[in-house]
Structures are given as structure tokens and as C-alpha cells.
Design a protein around this ligand. Structure first.
Ligand code: AMP
Ligand code: MG
Length: 358
């Protein structure tokens, strides 16, 4: 459920720059009359190139099980189309690597080697996603842990069959969970999963990582005013032309809706929590976000929005702070410079809010 809305930005016309360049051309024309004529001809025959203004483009595609939206500014329709194709292509390629839903994905092939004692060489993307995740695990005291896979699988099965797993079954699948069992070797980019039955799940960081990579593709093409919306998790680059930032509206999601509007650029914004994906048992809702310490989905209605220097970190921390809760998150956030949080917890009908966004 997307939490952030982006206002439509206005197109601006950079008249000053245009007028200045015409004045320069006239000065040259005084000395070189033929040149002046040829410049005029170019002005007549290539008006689009000379007067090109940055236009707003928007593209959307379903990827990684979420609608991905690209919003950016550029001068050429052709470039915009090509840029969108390349950015979506990059996300599709990442999905082949990172999806735990695909049998043949690189991450699943790595998980299949857990307990074999082998150091497995992996791609740049997989190595980066795993090492960033491990770093977040270390700095969140394990609240964020991509080795949560076996437990997530257990809860997915429980949801499909609508059968609540027994504590024994939960304890068994927790045996193979623990980021410390995930060893990394930078030389040759190798990973070893030391416990049998380990299974990596980058569902808590993958969308932010993909959004950051889509931004990187567009920037390489010279497109810098960019917003990528990965199913509600945003990565923002430079603001729309002439604007101080992207206008982002963040809502609490509570019935008495409280809203914060922020002007942002060059950050990631992610939201975790309140979702349609939950398991209900004896009147209690269990979230798809799991506490690695208990192996059980979060029980309290929690909603967390994080603003971080990039989308990858924002995504991972929104998941981590949801697990940690308000009190522990106040301590954990000290480990992350330039990170802001809005965390809402609901327990027995009363709401607790901690907001450092403003
Ligand atoms: P998000 O919506 O970004 O909070 O991510 C939720 C997804 O992250 C879940 O569907 C799981 O795939 C995965 N996940 C669940 N619990 C954790 C956890 N404690 N640490 C890391 N990933 C998790
Ligand atoms: Mg996340």
C-alpha cells in the first residue's frame, strides 16, 4: 500500500539561458555576417533541438511483484523511451538474481548450497545485496536478517493452508536462521552459508536496491531529475527543474489520518508494516515481517517510514525498525547518520508515535 504521494511538478522554461545565448550569437554575427545567416537557418530548421525544454515523463511496469513507476525530466521523447526500457530491464535482470520466488534465481542456487562447506562465487549484485544486508544486521542487533528465509517460507505455507504452525515447527525452522552463519569473502566475491537448510530472502531490501539501480541507469544517460517508486518505496535523485525538491506526502495510515508533506531530493523513503499480507489466528494478525529472535510475524500493528541517504538503506531500515519497535529503534538509529524515522505502534487500541521526520 503506497504511503507516499508525489505532487505533479510544473514545467519551467529557462528563458534567461536562451536569451543569453541569442545575444551571444548576435555579437558574433556583427563580425561574421555569413555565420549569422547560417545560425538563423539552423534556428529555422532545427527549432526543437534549440528550444528543447525538459518535459516530465512517467512510465509504469509491474516488476518484482510490485508496480514500479519512473518519473523523470528530459528533453527528448526518444531518450525518455530508451531510458525507461533500460531502467526496467535493469530491474528485471536484478529480479533474476534476487528473487526467492524463482527456482533458478542466483540467490536460490546459492541457498541450495548451504551446509555444503563450499565458498560460492556470486555476481556483483548478489554480493553487494548480501554484504549491505549483513552490515545492516550487525548495526541493528539482528532485527534485520536476510537469513530469515526458512521462517518466511514456513509462514507463507501457513498462510496458504491457513494452518497456524506449532511452536516446535517454528523453533525447527529457526535453527537455520542467523546472519552470523552467512560468511563473506571479498576476494573473488564468495559466500558460504555454513548451516544446512539456510535460505536467503532479500524481500526486505530488494525493492530499495532495485529503485537505486534504476536511478543509476537514468543518471548514466544524463537524466538527473528522477523519482523511482517501487511499490511505495521511493528513491529520489535531483528535484524537478526549478523546484527545491520532490513533494512527498507521508500519511500515518491511521483512521484519524495525520499527514506530513516534505520536500525531498537525493534520498530514499520506504514504508513497512500495515499490509494486506498477514495471517490471522485467534483474532490476532501476524505480519509478513518476522522477528528473527522469535520466528513469529510481528503481532502489533506497526507502521514505519524511514528516510535514508539511499533507497536500499531506507528499505532495510523500515523493516528493521518495525521489528525493533520504538524503544530499541531509538538506540539503533544512532548507528545510522542522516536517517529519519516515523514509527507508529498500536497496542491494545492505543497508539504510540515516534517521529523524527520533521
Ligand atoms: P518490507 O516490506 O520491506 O518490510 O519487507 C518484508 C519482507 O522482508 C518479508 O516479506 C520477508 O520476505 C522479509 N523479511 C521478513 N522479516 C524480515 C527480517 N526480520 N529481516 C529481513 N527481512 C525480513
Ligand atoms: Mg524493507
Amino acid at each position: 500500500m503506497p504511503m507516499a504521494r508525489i505532487s505533479n511538478a510544473l514545467k519551467i522554461v529557462n528563458f534567461t539561458r536562451l536569451c543569453a545565448s541569442l545575444r551571444d550569437q548576435e555579437k558574433i554575427g556583427l563580425f561574421f555576417p555569413y555565420l549569422k545567416i547560417s545560425i538563423l537557418l539552423i534556428l529555422i530548421y532545427l527549432p526543437e533541438e534549440i528550444f528543447a525544454q525538459e518535459k516530465r515523463y512517467e512510465f509504469e511496469k509491474g516488476l518484482m511483484g510490485s508496480p514500479f513507476r519512473l518519473v523523470f525530466y528530459t528533453t527528448s521523447d526518444t531518450l525518455a523511451q530508451r531510458a525507461a526500457l533500460l531502467a526496467f530491464g535493469r530491474i528485471e535482470a536484478l529480479n533474476e538474481v534476487l528473487s526467492d520466488y524463482r527456482d533458478g534465481s542466483e540467490i536460490n542456487r546459492l541457498s541450495a548450497q548451504s551446509g555444503s562447506g563450499k565458498w560460492v562465487p556470486v555476481s556483483d549484485d548478489l554480493y553487494r545485496a548480501i554484504s549491505l544486508s549483513k552490515d545492516v544486521s550487525q548495526r541493528t542487533s539482528g532485527a534485520f536478517d536476510i537469513t530469515i528465509g526458512p521462517v518466511v517460507q514456513l509462514w507463507r505455507r501457513a498462510l496458504r493452508r491457513n494452518v497456524f504452525p506449532s511452536p516446535d515447527v517454528v523453533a525447527e525452522s529457526r535453527q537455520a536462521v542467523g546472519y552470523r552463519y552467512m560468511k563473506l569473502r571479498p576476494q573473488g566475491q564468495k559466500v558460504k552459508l555454513t548451516q544446512p537448510g539456510m535460505r536467503l530472502d532479500v524481500g526486505g531490501i530488494g525493492k530499495g536496491y532495485a529503485a537505486d539501480e534504476a536511478v543509476a541507469v537514468l543518471k548514466k544517460l544524463g537524466i538527473n531529475a528522477v523519482l523511482v517508486d517501487a511499490g511505495g518505496d521511493l528513491t529520489l535523485a535531483e528535484p524537478p527543474p526549478g523546484k527545491p525538491g520532490w513533494e512527498v506526502e507521508i500519511t500515518s495510515g491511521l483512521p484519524a489520518d495525520s499527514t506530513t508533506t516534505l520536500l525531498l531530493s537525493n534520498v530514499g523513503i520506504a514504508t513497512s508494516g500495515a499490509t494486506y499480507r498477514y495471517l490471522e489466528h485467534e483474532g490476532v494478525r501476524y505480519s509478513h515481517i518476522v522477528n528473527p529472535q522469535t520466528g513469529v510475524g510481528l503481532r502489533y500493528h506497526v507502521r514505519t517510514t524511514v528516510i535514508a541517504p539511499n533507497g536500499t538503506l531506507a528499505d532495510a531500515l523500515a523493516t528493521a525498525f518495525s521489528v525493533a519497535g520504538i524503544e530499541d529503534s531509538k538506540r539503533i538509529v544512532e548507528n545510522f547518520p542522516n536517517v529519519k524515522v516515523w514509527l507508529l505502534e498500536m497496542n491494545n487500541g492505543s497508539v504510540k508515535s515516534w517521529n523524527t521526520l520533521k
